[in-house]
Every structure is written in structure tokens, then in C-alpha cells.
Design a protein around this ligand. Structure first.
Ligand code: GLC
Length: 662
């Protein structure tokens, strides 16, 4: 009994004791969702500060992976992260993190996969498969409704059942059913008055009984409050900072009859099941993947993801791509041009062997023949006068103005207080954006930011936090080596009050009710007819595409059918590129409040100039369903549904109708 209890709670911040007697080594989970985190001591200080023992590649965070809208990038991401975890001797990746962006203020928006559960789930599933293909368990997190850092340890989230089922659970459901995640992390917060790690509705009824989850429920660090409640609710592995584990009391509880031995046996068995899955124990240990760090192949994945994640938001007069041959001097203004962003953010931090900032990327791409002037505009730096900068801007061949956050603004543990750019940046843009006709704004942030100067920006790029190869990816996009293909995984609002939670005043500590219901993200903007700064799913290209009329495999559809939707896409422009075809459903006459449209399929298609390809997207009854609180099940009403097909949630190019028959 004592040995079983030992393997179902931590013994150090990132380890679970083994049982040498029967050959079970310690079990080692590791942050973070986009890099193997630097090693921490129990008191959260770095074990190897300034040393290279715990170097590992820093991939673009998951908000950037989501912006690729390419599941293959998710797979490569997972394979690379999993392989590096193995190289560092780890057993579980504490990720992917997929909490829905309910507020852009959430400090961890950069770590998560946007505002739509279909996109988040279908991008997380390949990440999970990739990680687990390397004999490392994934641990999709944070289950559930950890949608802000404000009061994250104690906030009590309430929401109606449809909202839970249609918005906050589906990403996790897909991660479990399609990603087959072997781990899931219970969140800190309460749901409807019960701690998530002590919530049998979540951890048993839904996770085990409905979804058939076989893996291990890991608590977030310190998220178990009561041993008995957590044990009986279905939490399997208690982790925390410190050594006073609740689960250490399980041995006595069983011995004095307070808890059945089977409760401990079930958890210990799940841990053994997991260790066998990752070949840590059992007959396959010799063939377990060993992993390598920072290889050319891993660096190439970091670069490819960043290249596919960058979103071209504006390109008037085809300012972009810039032609390096025509450049003698380039002026770069703004601290984000030279900001390292991989080594911050809390548990999402990395410690990469190097980080290519935008400025590094420009210098590498342009070589010595082009003069690059850099002015940080940092408040405490000795910047030239505005007049001097204006003169430089006038005479430069191109002006690149960098806006954006750092992890001082976006990080685990705190939310931003607004979506404004850091102090002084809006003024910086206003001063210099209109001097030179060849001016590009590059915004580096994990979350949406307000852009009051957007109409003055002729060319605008969303750069995200893009990992250790970010600067090289940005240079490739700026100079046209790569054609941008990223799409926004979240709505960029004009102002914070346009976001449902803030429009309704439902963003707070303590008791928090998700009164907006299913109308979160673009669902809210569509329902309230609010014009976003840039819509969900939006992103431009250096070429153009035609999306032809969809062909349906049937015009009538019933439960059990699979509807095939074929769409021919043609590259009608002058260079190769990729388009993301998005399919939204809209019930014509819903019997309950439903969003005007909901994403239910997407596919990224790469095309040479003039090339056409027909892509096939598939829909099943669940894609048309809403959660019926009368029957407590998914339901599709008989009737007409519109299929809306486009390359952004606000750019629907084709529309057709399907009739659902009971
Ligand atoms: C943190 C985070 C979680 C992380 C864990 C271990 O509080 O919420 O994402 O994996 O603790 O560091």
C-alpha cells in the first residue's frame, strides 16, 4: 500500500518517487507547452542558471501553432517537443494547453490555442500524437475553464451546461478522443462550486464514462485541496510545490477504513499503465526513444512553424514582399525588433541554445550590403530626437516599426489590464508610420492588441511570439522567400469592450459567471454584428485564390451519415502559396440561441501558381448538433443548415444548404 501511494503523488516539484524494489524509476513530468523548461529546484530557483545543462529548443508557442491552421505543423511540433523531452529524460509533457480565449487579457493567451474549440481541439490532437510518438505522455491542460490568470487559484466559474459542452469541453474531448492523450491536468479553479481536481462530474462522469479516458488525471500544482474529495472524484496524481501532499495521507485513510484500498489501487494501476505506454517499464524499455536536443531537424521544425504562423494583416499597394536588391538602408524602430521572448512567461518558458530576434533575422537575411539602423525607442534608452528619426525614416528605403508585448505584459500568473500596447508604442507608430511609403508595422504578441493607428498602416504583420527561429521566419516573409499563410486563431477586437466577457462585465475574481454563454469570440461578434479589428480565421497571402462552389455528397443528411463537402481551390495569383479553407455551419431556424456560424471543418491547401486541388471536408451529425439540456445529450433539429465556406469567419465566399432529416 505504501508503495502504491508513493507513485500517485509527487516527491519533488517535478518528480514522482519510484519503487526500486520492483524496478519502477522516478516518473518525471516537465513543463512547458513549447519547450522543455529549465530545471527548477523545489524552491522554484533555477538549478543551472547561466549554464547549458538544461538547454532545449524553444518552439513557437501554441498560439502560433494554432495560427498555422495546419495539423501537420502540430504533429511536427509534438514530435520535436517529445523528442527533446526524452533527451532530457522526461516522461510527461505538461501540455498542450488549450483553454479557450474568453478574454484577450489572459496572461497565458500566448500558451493557448485561440477562441474556437474546434480549431483548438483539432490542432491539439496532432500535437498530442506527436508528443506521444516519442514515448512521452502528453497532459492536455487545464481541465476546465481556466480562462484567466486573475484569481486563478480560487475563482469559481459558473456557466450553463450548453456553454460547458459546446465551448469549454469540446477541445478536451477531441484531445482525448482523437489525440488519445494519456494525461490530462485538472485546473486550479472551481467549476460550479467544486474544485476541478475534486469534481466527479468532470473527472468521472464526463472524462471516464462519456469520453472513455484511460489515462492519468494530474492535478495542477497545488490544485488538490482535500485528499478524500480529490481521491474519490478521480484525481490520480497529486502534484504541488512543497512536500505536504494530501495524497500522502491515503495510506492511513485506507488502513483506518476511511477509504477503500481499491481507490488507491485504481490510481496506482493508471500510473503503471502510463509508464508502460511510454516504455518506462515493461518489456519494451530497451526500445524506448532516447531523443536528441537542438538538432538541425528540430531547428527546421521551429522555423517552419514560425513561417506558417505569421499572419499578413494588411498589404496595401503590395508593399510586401520587400525586394532585398532594392534596399540600401532599412530603419527599424521599436524594442520588439530586438526582444528575446523565449525565456519568459512562467511555466511556458524555454532556455534555447540561441534566439533569432527580428533584427538578427534581418541582418542574416540582408547581409552586409544593407545598412540597418535600429532605434529601440525604449523609454530609458538614449534615443535620437524625433526629428532625427523622422529624417532617417524619410531617407530609408524601408521602415519597419515594431510594436508588441514582452513577457512583462504576457505571462502566467497575471492578466494584462487592457489590450493597449505597452506605454509609448502607439505614439511611436503615430509619429513615424506615415513618413515613408514603404513602411511596415510588425506586431509581436501572443494575444490581440488594440491598434488605434491601423488605418495609417499600409502593411501590417502579426508576428506572435515565434520561438527561437522567429526572426528568420519573419525575414523570410518580409522578403518573400516564404508566402505568408497564417490565419488568426482569435478575434482581434477594436476595443476590449467589444469582447463578450467585457461587454457584459463578466471578468472578475471570486464568483464569475460566463453569462455570454456560447457566444464567445467570433460567435459574439457575429451575433452582435460587431466589426472586429481583424476577424477570426483572417490572414492574407502574396498570391490570390479562388474557392469554387462546394459539391456535397448528398443534399439530405441524417444521423449516422458522413457528408463529404468537396471544394476546388485554385491559385489565381503569381506565386505559390497556401490557403486555409474554412467551413462554418449555420442552423437556419434554431430552437435555441445558436451562434450565427460555427467552425466545423478546415483544411490548408498548398498550391503552385495556376494549380487547382479539390479538398474534401467531412461532416457528421455532431457537427450540426447543439447540447440539448432536456435530454442531456447532443441534438440536431430537422431542417435546413447553411454551409458557409470562406477564408476567414468574415469572408464567406460560398454558401450552400443541407437538409437534416430525423
Ligand atoms: C503551473 C501551471 C501549469 C504548469 C504547472 C507545473 O501553475 O498552471 O500549466 O504545468 O504549474 O509547473
Amino acid at each position: 500500500l505504501a508503495e502504491k501511494v508513493k507513485i500517485i503523488h509527487g516527491d519533488h516539484i517535478y518528480s514522482v518517487a519510484g519503487v526500486a524494489r520492483v524496478g519502477i524509476p522516478p516518473f518525471l513530468p516537465a513543463d512547458g507547452p513549447c519547450a522543455v523548461r529549465p530545471e527548477l529546484a523545489d524552491n522554484c530557483t533555477y538549478l543551472y542558471e547561466g549554464k547549458t545543462n538544461d538547454i532545449a529548443i524553444a518552439l513557437p508557442p501554441l498560439s502560433a501553432v494554432a495560427a498555422t491552421w495546419n495539423p501537420e505543423m502540430g504533429l511536427f511540433f509534438g514530435e520535436t517537443l517529445g523528442n527533446e523531452l526524452r533527451a532530457r529524460g522526461k516522461d510527461m509533457s505538461l501540455g498542450p494547453a488549450i483553454n479557450i480565449m474568453r478574454t484577450p487579457l489572459d496572461g497565458r493567451t500566448f500558451e493557448f490555442m485561440g477562441e474556437d474549440p474546434f480549431l483548438a481541439g483539432h490542432m491539439a490532437a496532432p500535437v498530442i500524437r506527436g508528443i506521444q510518438s516519442q514515448d512521452v505522455a502528453a497532459c492536455v491542460k487545464h481541465f476546465v475553464a481556466n480562462n484567466q490568470e486573475l484569481d486563478r487559484y480560487d475563482v469559481n466559474v459558473t456557466m450553463d451546461e450548453r456553454t460547458l459542452r459546446e465551448i469549454y469541453l469540446p477541445g478536451f474531448e477531441t484531445a482525448i478522443k482523437e489525440g488519445e492523450s494519456w494525461g490530462i491536468m485538472g485546473a486550479y479553479n472551481k467549476l460550479r462550486g467544486q474544485w476541478c481536481c475534486e469534481n466527479p462530474y468532470l473527472l468521472k462522469s464526463i472524462l471516464r464514462n462519456e469520453w472513455g479516458f484511460k489515462g492519468v488525471v494530474v492535478s495542477d500544482w497545488g490544485a488538490v485541496h482535500d485528499m478524500k474529495r480529490a481521491a474519490l472524484a478521480g484525481c490520480d496524481l497529486e502534484m504541488k510545490i512543497g512536500s505536504d501532499y494530501q495524497f500522502a495521507k491515503l495510506e492511513k485513510a485506507v488502513e483506518n477504513g476511511e477509504l477503500a484500498k481499491s481507490v488507491v489501487d485504481e490510481k496506482a494501476r493508471r500510473m503503471l499503465w502510463l509508464m508502460a505506454k511510454i516504455k518506462k517499464i515493461g518489456p519494451d524499455t530497451a526500445s524506448r526513444i532516447k531523443g536528441v536536443l537542438n538538432t538541425p531537424a528540430h531547428r527546421a521544425v521551429a522555423l517552419s512553424i514560425a513561417e506558417e504562423a505569421i499572419v499578413l494583416l494588411k498589404n496595401e499597394n503590395n508593399i510586401l514582399p520587400l525586394n532585398p536588391a532594392s534596399l540600401k538602408t532599412v530603419l527599424c524602430i521599436g524594442r520588439n525588433a530586438n526582444l528575446k521572448v523565449c525565456n519568459g512567461g512562467g511555466s511556458g518558458e524555454g532556455k534555447p541554445p540561441y534566439e533569432i530576434t527580428a533584427l538578427d533575422g534581418l541582418r542574416r537575411r540582408l547581409g552586409d550590403g544593407v545598412k540597418i539602423e535600429y532605434i529601440s525607442m525604449e523609454p530609458n534608452a538614449s534615443n535620437p530626437s524625433d526629428q532625427i528619426i523622422a529624417n532617417l525614416a524619410k531617407t530609408a528605403d524601408a521602415v519597419l516599426i515594431f510594436t508588441g508585448d514582452s513577457h512583462a505584459e504576457e505571462s502566467e500568473g497575471k492578466d494584462r489590464t487592457d489590450i493597449k500596447l505597452p506605454k509609448g508604442q502607439d505614439e511611436m507608430v503615430e509619429k513615424f508610420v506615415s513618413i515613408n511609403p514603404c513602411t511596415v508595422i510588425i506586431n509581436e504578441s501572443g494575444a490581440p492588441v488594440a491598434m488605434p493607428w491601423v488605418n495609417k498602416a499600409k502593411a501590417l504583420i502579426q508576428f506572435w511570439f515565434c520561438g527561437q527561429e522567429g526572426g528568420n521566419a519573419l525575414a523570410a516573409i518580409l522578403f518573400g522567400d516564404i508566402n505568408p499563410s497564417g490565419k488568426l486563431p482569435c478575434t482581434f477586437p477594436k476595443k476590449l469592450k467589444d469582447i463578450a466577457a467585457h461587454a457584459l462585465g463578466n471578468y472578475s475574481a471570486g464568483q464569475l459567471n460566463y453569462a455570454e454563454g456560447v457566444l464567445v469570440g467570433y460567435r459574439w461578434f457575429d451575433a452582435k454584428k460587431i466589426v472586429p479589428l481583424f476577424p477570426f480565421g483572417y490572414g492574407l497571402s502574396y498570391t490570390t485564390f479562388d474557392i469554387d462552389k462546394p459539391k456535397l455528397s448528398a443534399s439530405v443528411f441524417k444521423n449516422g451519415d458522413t457528408l463529404a463537402v468537396d471544394v476546388k481551390v485554385t491559385n489565381t495569383g503569381k506565386r505559390a502559396g497556401a490557403e486555409v479553407v474554412q467551413l462554418y455551419i449555420a442552423e437556419r431556424k434554431p430552437s435555441v440561441i445558436r451562434p450565427p456560424k460555427e467552425l466545423k471543418a478546415f483544411q490548408k491547401v498548398f498550391l503552385q501558381t495556376g494549380e487547382s486541388k479539390t479538398i474534401r471536408m467531412k461532416l457528421v451529425a455532431r457537427d450540426f448538433s447543439f447540447w440539448d439540456t432536456k435530454t442531456n445529450n447532443w441534438k440536431v433539429n430537422a431542417g435546413a443548415f447553411d454551409l458557409l465556406i470562406g477564408n476567414s469567419s468574415r469572408h464567406i465566399l460560398r454558401k450552400t444548404t443541407i437538409h437534416y432529416k430525423l
